[in-house]
Design a protein around this ligand. Structure first.
Ligand SMILES: [Zn+2]
Length: 255
């Protein structure tokens, strides 16, 4: 396996869109009515040419201002400085927080040697004030010279393709990565959890819930037919899985 889940923990999210840490051993779900319960885990994939980070989490740091994301990369056997490509599905706070690191009150790029791949429309939408975007984090990337815009769908290199999906945000994108003979699919918030393949619903938190629902079905079918390894960013159980379609029902197994 050349993919790693970089688990940043468990959270509840209510209509205020604030992420509140949720300790599964001591906190009770009943005390947080109207909340969704999710995990946050960026992914790391080692390919022949790059060490790729897929989305960057909430950006929590320890008392010494070290990013949990950096610690998790080390636990997987790599140095943060080895990350050469950061692929960003969209720019919501729980996906971009770890793009930057804070030292003595100053924000710096968390992966200064990496190219950050962003969908241009998502970037412009983020600055337009239409949604809940953290533009202070985006400003750091803007100034860095590490920003690589893509538009629509296409190929980044011989291992990575990107696909403009919309659905969750107007310019949300998904990524396909070929590594070690496997086809990895990162659908981010269009396919955030295995359960969303098993229950058909249009979610209120999506920009276009109906489109997301249709995309999930299509990606699920392709994943099963082509034996993709699917990375589920908000999964509370299987984060890296393969999809089977058994009698019209999706089943997800640990990859
Ligand atoms: Zn999102």
């Amino acid at each position: 396996m050349t993919a790693y889940s970089l688990d940043e923990g468990s959270y509840s999210v209510d209509s205020s869109k604030k992420f509140v840490p949720f300790n599964e051993k001591t906190d009770k779900k009943a005390d947080r009515k109207g909340s969704m319960f999710i995990h946050v885990h960026p992914f790391l994939i080692q390919t022949a040419r790059d060490l790729i980070l897929l989305d960057s989490g909430l950006g929590y740091a320890d008392a010494d201002e070290e990013l949990v994301l950096h610690q998790n990369i080390r636990k997987s056997g790599y140095e943060p400085s080895q990350v050469s490509l950061v692929l960003l599905s969209h720019l919501h706070q729980d996906h971009v927080g770890g793009m930057v690191t804070k030292k003595n009150g100053r924000l710096n790029l968390a992966f200064p040697d990496a190219e950050y791949v962003v969908q241009r429309g998502e970037w412009e939408y983020g600055y337009s004030g239409s949604g809940s975007y953290k533009t202070d984090v985006m400003d750091v990337l803007q100034r860095s010279g590490n920003l690589h815009f893509v538009e629509g769908s296409g190929r980044l290199n011989d291992e990575v393709t990107y696909e403009l999906t919309g659905g969750h945000t107007p310019y949300h994108q998904a990524f396909h990565v070929n590594a070690d003979g496997d086809h990895y699919f990162f659908g981010a918030d269009v396919l955030p959890e295995p359960e969303e393949l098993q229950h058909k619903f249009a979610a209120k938190y999506d920009y276009d819930g109906r489109k997301s629902m249709e995309l999930r079905q299509q990606y699920g079918e392709l994943a099963a037919a082509e034996d993709w390894v699917v990375l589920f960013y908000h999964s509370t159980n299987i984060a890296i899985g393969r999809v089977q379609l058994v009698q019209n029902t999706f089943k997800i197994v640990q990859a």
